[in-house]
Design a protein around this ligand. Structure first.
Ligand code: GLU
Ligand code: MG
Length: 467
């Protein structure tokens, strides 16, 4: 469980007491530096690092970083909103000691997620991690709810020796094939060892569909910790691969054609230790609240795509019949519906039932994605929104009339289309607050403008090594 406290100058409650022992432990393990990690609005992981003996200073006073990254594009140019994108000002990065981990794949380094607050100690409205914590805290206060979340991670593994910018799969063999597992054997074993050493419980690691593609799924945690974990696992996958001369891409589309890299998000709502997605009177054991929560997510999905599929490359992935879930529909274990209801296996329904949101990729800032999906679900729950009829099979087969009768809509086909839906969505905008909401719109439109005139292959190439 991650802290529910925002950082304050002087440190979060108890930080000062913990930090000396933590620093001594890190030093004893040969840790020389700490990576302070956050994700910007465009979904790019950004870092600063400090020597290990500066941890106390960082925890009590923070580490400076310009707020300009709130409106950085993936290609490192800057757009502006009314309040963001200026070269003026400074923010403080405060590491969260609950998330501090010694990096097994990067000897000599530890890692911690950060929140960003102002120099005077006030909340920074552009901080996505603080935003998600607030959404979770509000859900507890208003609805007595908590959540369990996990983000699946898919990536393509390429040869580090490939010509600059190009992707050459590091493994051969068919999708889900035994050949690939053998060819990546040493690297994959090191990855499992690193995850175990870092306290990440891995459910599965397997070769996926696209050339060189693999997937790892990890245990569920509270939303802030789940988002942290998604960032940490990607850092680990990349670092372990680099030690084997390999290069990884989490980009939504490594090439213009074929199956992309997803970042499916699993989420369940809980009250007083009881999973609302099991043991209820609704379909597949859902409670009425879980049905309405799912209905809320479905209703807001077109707008949510601006947050969950934030890159021009996201729309190369978001195509029908690729298991990316591009229709506003739900189904029981249906892999072409945007919402897949997962009921868990016999004897495990109460623990494991959850819903999987599929039109999410790893260009998405996981804090924004989780916070917005939860806000959408809570809107449905508060309104007791009815969950439509389920679908089976691939909605791509429906003609326009059938789709309309079932309320099945195609999700946005481009980033500008997603931004249009997002701008019209008062629920998401008000959950994010004006500063973050404007940053999302501005960054997405900036990203769309940056690829104007490029063909799909050029778009894929532009983002291939960014995420
Ligand atoms: N690679 C698919 C995607 O783009 C997902 C495949 C799966 O269901 O694991 O989301
Ligand atoms: Mg997969």
């Amino acid at each position: 469980m991650t802290t529910s406290d925002d950082p304050v100058p002087g440190g979060r409650p108890g930080d000062r007491r913990r930090v000396a022992a933590l620093t001594a432990g890190l030093a004893a393990r040969g840790v020389r530096g700490i990576v302070l990690a956050y994700v910007d609005t465009a979904g790019v992981g950004r870092v600063k690092t400090i020597p290990t003996d500066r941890l106390e200073a960082a925890v009590t006073r923070g580490v400076g970083m310009s707020p300009v990254f709130d409106t950085f594009l993936a290609g490192d140019s800057v757009v502006r909103t009314d309040v963001l994108g200026s070269p003026d000002g400074d923010l403080r990065l405060y590491p969260d000691l609950d998330g501090l981990v010694t990096l097994a794949g990067q000897p000599g380094w530890a890692w911690a997620p950060v929140d960003r607050i102002t120099q005077e100690g006030g909340r920074h409205p552009g901080c996505s991690r603080t935003f998600l914590r607030r959404v979770v805290r509000d859900a507890a206060a208003r609805h007595g709810l908590s959540f369990k979340a996990a983000i699946e991670i898919e990536w393509a593994v390429g040869l580090g020796s490939a010509p600059a910018g190009e992707f050459v799969p590091a493994v051969s063999g068919p999708a889900y094939g035994a050949i690939r597992q053998v060819e990546l054997s040493d690297c994959a074993a090191d990855l499992l060892a690193a995850c175990a050493a870092q306290g990440v419980d891995v459910d599965q690691l397997h070769p996926e569909y696209a050339p060189g593609q693999f997937e790892i799924s990890v245990g569920a945690l509270d939303p802030v910790a789940a988002a942290d974990r998604s960032v940490l696992v990607r850092q680990t996958v990349r670092a372990v691969a680099a030690r084997h001369g390999l290069r990884v891409s989490f980009a939504p589309a490594v090439g213009a054609e074929g199956v992309g890299n997803g970042g499916h998000l699993h989420l369940s709502c809980w009250r007083d230790g009881v999973n609302l997605h099991a043991g209820g009177e609704g379909r597949y054991g859902l409670t009425a609240e879980a049905e309405s929560f799912a209905a809320g997510v479905l209703a807001h999905l077109p707008a949510l795509t601006a947050v969950t599929a934030p890159s021009p490359a996201s729309y190369l992935r978001l195509r029908p019949s690729q298991w990316a879930g591009v229709f506003t529909a739900w189904g029981h274990e249906t892999r072409e519906a945007a919402l897949r209801m997962v009921t868990g296996t016999a004897g495990r329904h109460e623990q494991d039932a959850n819903m999987e949101v599929k039109p999410v990729d790893l260009a998405a800032n996981p804090y924004l994605a989780l916070g917005c999906v939860i806000a959408a679900g809570l809107d449905g729950l508060a309104a007791a929104r009815p969950l439509p009829e389920e679908i089976t099979g691939d909605p791509a087969r429906y003609g326009p009339d059938e789709a309309a009768a079932l309320g099945v809509r195609r999700l946005p086909r481009s980033l500008p289309e997603a931004v249009e839906a997002f701008r019209a969505d008062r629920v998401l905008r008000s959950a994010l607050g004006p500063v973050l909401a404007d940053a999302v719109s501005a960054v997405r439109l900036g990203e769309a403008a940056a690829v104007e005139g490029l063909d799909p292959a050029q778009v894929a190439a532009a983002y291939r090594w960014t995420y």
